[in-house]
Design a protein around this ligand. Structure first.
Ligand SMILES: Cc1ncc(COP(=O)(O)O)c(C=O)c1O
Length: 456
């Protein structure tokens, strides 16, 4: 989601504008005249900050020490180290069973297959997500149905889900987007009422909690990503958590070419009793994951503390609306720190110009989901591509697609895609002074909004 490449490019452009950092201002020091004394870095002034923010991923000697024995041992594909990583990840998340995968996308694909979701089935999900939440549905020849988001929390709105349920609906796939947490009480209540499965996409939400329970352990299955940018990473990797032993056996078997596992047995002992794929985690990935788990809790705490401090500051600036959490959220995961940027209080300064001005002040930032294609997933070309495919044309009557776009309009999501501003979780891993710098830079842009509008 957050595109570090773009942020880096903006930052490099900004670095040309100046070198010395300005001292952070005291809280609440926002000038109302729109003509702050300092010159914005975008207009040739000194940037608030020139020091880099923390890098990600981070590694210590412990990571090197964990990987080297695996490399030397010579068994690199799935064996005991992966088994141990599954045990420890399940423990860390308070989950019962864990199957790791080569990435989060395949954790979701495996989950969809293990639940038997397929042609003609409908799965309700959110449009405000990364495309990998929806591909598993399309790859199963099932139909994604989009329920709009809650404008305050940015998560799928439970109030919008029930109207989308019909006799073909088999599952809800809530996504704990940017590390926020969905309203799992209402989602699971709806699922129970209509006999639907719940697959949590927790790929961005390691460590997030709903009423004390870690996300990914509340639904039938929970999927995680350990891709480079994620708050728990081993470069590439994924995991599925679940409580149902037989279902988890199916996940294991699917991720291992459909070979027998537990209750997935072959009449002939060995062989391939179910259709599978091969998406196993490698031993050296698991070794890194085990090492990274050691620092995970401390990093979560630091992100939460910094984010809470920053939210207090940003919420005082007109036009800056930090994302909110439901009352049932006992911990936010902060994969990405996001807020809405509303241009009206900034005298009409466009979001692109705001982002440019912020980058010029030395703050790595981007437009979140909008940075990738500028459109939400319910409007992505891959849907049309799938619907034109031989499988969909044969499986679904033409009227399925006649009103698909109109039926899947999600105006709250559209607006959020236009307004999102934020930055990657690594920015929350520095000292509190870093948060002051971010707030100072946003304040400086607000104070100089008129100059910025007039100059560009
Ligand atoms: C919400 C969401 N779902 C799924 C994925 C897929 O994970 P991966 O990149 O590990 O395949 C990602 C991460 O990129 C994600 O952000």
């Amino acid at each position: 989601m957050p595109n570090q490449e773009i942020s880096r490019r903006m930052l490099l452009q900004a670095a040309v504008a100046g070198t010395a950092a300005l001292a952070a201002r005291p809280r609440g020091d926002i000038r109302a005249d729109g003509g702050g004394a300092s010159v914005p870095a975008a207009l040739g002034g000194q940037p608030v900050r020139t020091a880099p923010f923390p890098r990600w991923p981070r590694f210590r000697e412990a990571d090197e020490q964990a990987v080297l024995p695996v490399l030397r041992h010579g068994v690199w594909s799935r064996a005991q180290v992966v088994d141990e990583a599954e045990r420890q990840f399940a423990h860390l998340m308070g989950g019962e069973y864990c199957v790791t995968t080569c990435n989060g996308t395949n954790a979701l694909i495996t989950s969809v297959r293990a639940l038997g979701i397929g042609a003609g089935d409908e799965v309700i999900t959110t449009p405000y997500t990364f495309v990998a939440s929806v591909y598993p549905i399309l790859l199963a020849d099932a139909l994604p149905v989009f329920a709009d988001i809650d404008p305050d929390t940015w998560q799928i709105d439970p109030a919008k889900i029930e109207a989308k349920i019909n006799t073909k609906t088999v599952a809800i796939l809530p996504v704990h987007i940017i590390g926020g947490v969905c309203d799992m009480d209402r989602i699971t209540a709806i699922a129970r009422k209509h006999n639907l499965k719940v697959i949590e996409d927790a790929c961005e939400a390691h460590g997030g909690e709903w009423k004390g329970r870690k996300v990914g352990t509340v639904g039938d299955l929970g999927c995680f990503s350990f891709q480079t940018g994620k708050s728990l990473t081993c470069g590439e990797g994924g995991a599925i958590l679940g409580r149902d032993r037989d279902l988890m056996d199916r996940c294991y078997s699917f991720h291992n070419l459909g070979r027998p596992h537990g209750s997935v047995a072959s009449k002939h002992g060995e062989g391939y009793p179910i259709v599978g794929s091969k998406c196993r985690m490698a031993e050296y990935q698991a070794a890194i994951l085990l090492a990274q788990m050691q620092t995970f809790e401390a990093e979560c705490r630091q992100r939460s503390e910094n984010a809470a401090y920053l939210t207090e500051k940003l919420a005082q600036i007109p036009g800056i609306i930090p994302r909110k959490d439901y009352a049932g959220v006992t911990r936010t995961a902060f994969y990405y720190y996001g807020f809405r940027y509303q241009k009206e209080p900034f005298d009409g300064l466009s979001r692109d110009k705001f982002l440019g001005a912020l980058a010029a002040e030395g703050i790595d930032c981007d437009a979140g989901l909008g940075v990738i294609s500028g459109r939400p997933i319910n409007k992505e070309g891959c849907l049309e591509d799938a619907f034109r495919s031989k499988a969909y044309q044969r499986l679904y009557p033409p009227e399925t697609f006649a009103n698909y776009s109109a039926d899947n309009e999600c105006p709250h999501c559209d607006q959020l895609v236009e307004e999102t501003v934020g930055f990657h979780q690594r920015m929350l891993l520095g000292p509190r002074q870093d948060m002051d710098d971010i707030a100072t830079a946003v304040t400086k842009i607000y104070e100089n909004r008129r100059k910025l509008v007039e100059a560009t």
